[in-house]
Design a protein around this ligand. Structure first.
Ligand SMILES: *[C@@H]1O[C@H](CO)[C@@H](O)[C@H](O)[C@H]1NC(C)=O
Ligand SMILES: *[C@@H]1O[C@H](CO)[C@@H](O)[C@H](O)[C@H]1NC(C)=O
Ligand SMILES: *[C@@H]1O[C@H](CO)[C@@H](O)[C@H](O)[C@H]1NC(C)=O
Length: 215
């Protein structure tokens, strides 16, 4: 073997080592067959790492465009369906809440109806059990409280510092109050136990609700 030949071989080995590895198709590249002018098969190698990025951007853009287009349409449909837009001034204050778990409450403790079913305007606070009138007007307020097995339950409806009407239950019975109240803006309405420590039945058997009848 001539020196020239050996040098040439070393050169080929060096080139193969340097470039061979990177050119091998791996998991982030794909080969796509092509045909050239002379109908000779060619192969184009695409970097799918970049393809993934391009796809990701395209998909994200499509989703954003779709959402931007869809949201106003969904809003329109909701408006047409329920007749008000949440967060709007014109919406009628109304709430419905119920008690999830059966509770043993202390004397003069406010009943916190924790589960909110409806709370337009957000005037009922399920951290405190208090409904705060968002505007002056005539309100309908209702509560149903259920007593526990072989126990009494006494609950007063309160307006600010004023004790109003009493709901009473005894041994898995319910006491219900339906009252119409003239409330000023920021007046507070809630249900509170009397001086006794008593059980109130949960499982959504005890409820508290109200709504503005007219301003
Ligand atoms: C896979 O291919 C890409 C693009 O050709 C390259 O940048 C990368 O280093 C390769 N990865 C491996 C593990 O060979
Ligand atoms: C390619 O993918 C296979 C299957 O997921 C995996 O076992 C292999 O290690 C991958 N190779 C590279 C070079 O990433
Ligand atoms: C108040 O109601 C919301 C909505 O139903 C609920 O996610 C949250 O846990 C409730 N808070 C309490 C203190 O129960």
């Amino acid at each position: 073997m001539t020196l020239k030949r050996i040098l040439f071989l070393l050169f080929v080995i060096a080139i193969t080592m340097k470039y061979g590895k990177g050119q091998k198709p791996n998991n982030s590249s794909a080969e796509i067959p092509l045909l050239d002018n002379q109908n000779l098969p060619l192969v184009a190698q695409f970097d799918t790492t970049k393809l993934n990025q391009v796809l990701k951007i395209a998909i994200k853009k499509t989703i954003e465009e779709t959402m931007n287009e869809m949201i106003p349409r969904i809003k329109q449909a909701v408006l047409a369906d329920i007749g008000y837009e949440p967060g709007r001034e014109k919406e009628i204050p109304a709430f419905t809440a119920s008690l999830t778990r059966t509770r043993n409450l202390g004397g003069y403790e406010v009943v916190i109806f924790d589960k909110i079913w409806l709370n337009t305007g957000g005037a009922y606070d399920n951290d405190t059990g208090v409904f705060t009138a968002p505007k002056t007007g005539l309100y309908s307020i209702s509560t149903t409280v259920m007593s526990y097995h072989a126990k009494y339950l006494h609950c007063f409806l309160w307006k600010n510092n004023e004790r109003m009407v009493l709901a009473f239950g005894n041994d898995l019975s319910t006491g219900t109050l339906n009252v119409v109240m003239a409330l000023k803006m920021n007046d507070k309405v809630f249900v509170k136990l009397t001086g006794f420590t008593e059980y109130i039945f949960g499982e959504h058997r005890s409820t508290f609700s109200g709504y503005l009848i007219s301003e």
